[in-house]
Design a protein around this ligand. Sequence first.
Ligand SMILES: Cc1cc2nc3c(=O)[nH]c(=O)nc-3n(C[C@H](O)[C@H](O)[C@H](O)COP(=O)(O)OP(=O)(O)OC[C@H]3O[C@@H](n4cnc5c(N)ncnc54)[C@H](O)[C@@H]3O)c2cc1C
Length: 354
Amino acid sequence: MKIGIAGAGVLGRLLAWQLGSAGHAVTVFDPALGPGWSADTTLARAAGFTAAGMLSPLAELECANVAVAGLGWRTLALWPARLAELAALGRRTGDTELSTIEAAFSQLGSLLVAHGGDRGSAQRLLALIAAKVPDRVPRALDAAALAQTEPALARSLLAWQLDGEGHIHTVAVLAALARGAAQLGVNFVWGRSVQDVQPGRIDAEAFDWVFDVRGTGARPDLPVRGVRGEVFWLHAPGVLLQRPLRLLHPRHRVYMVPRPGERIVIGASEIESEDRSVVSLRTTVELLAAAHSVIPELSEARVIWSEANLRPALPDNLPLRETRDGLVRINGLFRHGWLIGPALVEQALAALSL
Ligand SMILES: Cc1cc2nc3c(=O)[nH]c(=O)nc-3n(C[C@H](O)[C@H](O)[C@H](O)COP(=O)(O)OP(=O)(O)OC[C@H]3O[C@@H](n4cnc5c(N)ncnc54)[C@H](O)[C@@H]3O)c2cc1C
């Protein structure tokens, strides 16, 4: 089959990798100038690069439904499979960037933590999780168990462990998916903003199947909007954090995700705005103060990067997957592209027997 993909974010690259692996002739169009992460924030940048990479079906029930959580559990099984395929290609071709990519995924569970004064926020979320998914109730950790699980965390915190959750190194995996797909012969057309997506056609070029995965770029075909999120990268030598954690905060959804190289990603604001300009003072003060209150040792960490990007969201904040003859649209992944992308792609390809 001749397949065209508009958009090379999380969805576009997953599709390219899987369709290329299945032997189809795949072309991907994206306005970005290349496959990699760039420090130039004025350039087109997939939201997937900015994402911290929490894979948190339970904790996200605060702002998602049980169907999204179900896609999340499925995805937690799919990421290791996708990364193992990429690693196998890397071993065949001697490409160490690919052959080591399985280390980009980790599934040690995640932690929910709260300060004593925010016990109310914590209990509200725990009750919500218990009501929506009674068979996966978070486990309370006492101070000794918390110290054993994540020694860097403040001893006074209330804490719960969410078994089975994980995290993924988003920047590394986006690069690996594009690199692997290109090695399979997928044609990436960078620097190309698609103007018109129709069944069987992207701009003037005909395809057997077309995938529209342009995120916020899919307007006006879909009523998608961007929801601003800001993140910080810290370099924190000597501060050990092994699993993602979320601070139950009365105003923010603050999370911290470990990255290789003694880095920690702190995120994220959620603001109804399409402003992609640099992070605000308010978000900086509030998120970083919250992070420091959880891990006091972060006081000497260095803020090495900060950026803002837009989560693609539909009016109901739920994902959309629709298929017409010759055209599949997937969009509205909102806060959950990494959490649910692979499961949605699996469903889309199974429905088309591709
Ligand atoms: C701050 C922040 C934190 C996040 N944290 C998490 C997290 O921890 N866990 C999680 O699961 N998700 C998280 N997300 C959400 C996740 O990043 C998104 O849901 C995901 O990136 C959506 O994937 P996508 O492929 O639909 O869109 P994108 O990743 O945005 O990709 C869309 C692509 O389409 C391209 N495009 C746009 N217009 C055109 C055009 N005209 N022609 C061709 N191509 C076009 C863009 O350049 C881009 O490459 C976060 C997002 C943000 C912003």
